[in-house]
Design a protein around this ligand. Structure first.
Ligand code: ADP
Ligand code: MG
Length: 447
């Protein structure tokens, strides 16, 4: 390490060049050497840091685990994190819990981060490897396995996710049901990517060109896929003489308030009428005439979420965004079926309720309250309970339809980041997902 550090200094100590061409060549060469030496020094630092915290050793352990798994051997040291699927329960179809793992991003890889999440063969088990260093400095790895309804690896497209899970919710909406799809997870785990598609995920640049992205099949998010499906089905029904139309609203729930994203974040009132119906007043409802029209609306609306903040994720990670698709009868305008797509606030924000800054603390407390209440409401739905504690938070209040009535259907997508630096958050996300099932009273006994 010493030699490497000394190298740039030695090079710097050479005499200054004169302006002749040969000197210029030498100068360029010197700069190249200096750059190389610096790069080598940084690399060396990175390597030694990685050795200190056992990165190489942990990566080796994870690789062995995967080899065993592929060979069909019982994976050693598995700790069962929980099971989301209630065994043969009549209500199993009402809530589905799936996990989506995003790929390790280039900047994470170059920061010596590595993949700590394994999608087991069979597509229903996800394993999180937790690196541990014992008091005697021995490295150990704990592997936590979670069983869910479906697992989508980093290679799966949003299209696949749609076909296997979310598409059924659009079909349910056309059957007159109230359907809801949530993306849950820490900030940066791919919630907005899943909803909006590539290029649009929190990208402030989209404020400038809202309709730029989202035209290739790989670019499509759930908004795109669900609405495309809606338009196709509406067209089929129209030919059969059934007159329905699609109305769209898009709002965010932030600190207990509802703000219209189609009207520059203007505040809406939430009222509950004598029949217990919840109404969001002053909320714009747009009837999009095409898929492109809708994508422009959602993309521009999402850009509004990012305006005025320094980083794309700063505000959006503190609010829940709800895209609501409502099927209405052409004649009366009455609601026939509804599908809400909810991009939840960053789950790690719930811990901000102990933050020193008052605003952050309040935001954290609201997020904590709404995510806990959401869990209770979904559990109540799964258990077929008559009483749902939806009044416990603004989010659950405005989503009341999602938890009440025979015909409510939900899909929870738990988004996880694979990096070693996210292990704790990833475990928290999966534990939350496990507890959504009303049958998981024992909570699986995760460590
Ligand atoms: P969140 O909304 O949960 O905070 P984002 O959706 O903004 O997270 O995703 C964080 C980053 O990861 C973005 O740069 C996004 O493009 C990228 N990303 C997320 N999911 C995927 C995926 N499945 N494939 C490729 N990149 C992804
Ligand atoms: Mg987001």
């Amino acid at each position: 390490k010493e030699n490497v550090r000394a190298a740039p200094a030695q090079i710097l100590a050479r005499p200054a060049p004169s302006a002749s061409p040969s000197h210029c060549v030498r100068e360029v060469e010197r700069m190249r050497l200096r750059r190389e030496a610096m790069r080598e020094a940084v690399e060396e630092q990175r390597r030694s840091r990685a050795d200190d915290d056992g990165t190489a050793e942990f990566q080796q352990m994870i690789a062995e685990y995967r080899q065993n798994l592929a060979a069909g051997a019982r994976a050693p040291g598995d700790m069962h994190g929980g099971r989301a699927t209630p065994p043969a329960a009549a209500n199993a179809q009402r809530i589905r819990v799936v996990v989506r793992k995003r790929p390790l991003l280039a900047h994470e890889r170059s920061n010596a981060d590595y993949d700590t999440v394994t999608c087991a063969p069979g597509g229903r088990r996800i394993v999180v490897h937790e690196p541990k260093t014992r008091v005697d400095l021995q490295k150990a790895m704990e592997s936590h396995a979670f069983d869910v309804d479906d697992v989508f690896s980093e290679e799966a497209s949003t299209q696949e996710l749609y076909e296997r899970t979310v598409g059924a919710l659009v079909a349910a909406m056309f059957d007159g049901c109230s359907a809801t799809c949530f993306t849950y997870g820490q900030t940066g785990s791919g919630k907005t990517y899943t909803m909006l598609g590539k290029g649009a995920a929190g990208a402030v640049a989209d404020a400038i060109a809202p309709s730029r992205a989202l035209d290739g099949p790989d670019d499509a998010g759930l908004y795109h896929l669900a609405v495309r499906d809606c338009f196709e089905q509406l067209e089929l029904l129209r030919r059969e003489g059934v007159a329905l139309f699609l109305a769209v609203s898009f709002f965010e729930v932030y600190c207990g308030g509802v703000h219209d994203l189609l009207r520059n974040r203007s505040t809406c009132r939430v009222l509950e009428d004598a029949q217990g119906e919840v109404q969001v007043r002053d909320l714009a409802e747009v009837v999009p005439d095409s898929l492109t029209h809708l994508l422009e609306l959602t993309s521009a609306a999402n850009a509004i979420r990012c305006v005025g903040t320094t980083s794309a994720n700063e505000h959006s990670s503190r609010s829940h965004a709800v895209l609501q698709l409502t099927l209405r009868l052409a004649e009366s305008g009455d609601s026939y079926g509804r599908f809400s797509l909810v991009d939840l606030a960053g789950s790690e924000r719930a811990a901000d309720c102990a933050d020193a800054k008052r605003t952050t603390r309040n935001e954290g407390a609201e997020i904590n309250k709404s995510l806990l209440c959401l869990k209770e409401c979904i559990r109540a739905l799964g258990a077929g309970q008559a009483y749902t504690p939806f009044r416990g938070s603004k989010l659950t209040q405005v989503l009341r339809d999602a938890f009440t009535g025979e015909s409510a259907r939900s899909v929870m997508i738990a988004n996880v980041s694979p990096g070693s630096s996210s292990v704790e958050h990833t475990l928290n996300t999966l534990r939350y997902a496990m507890r959504l099932s009303a049958h998981s009273a024992a909570d699986g006994g995760a460590s």
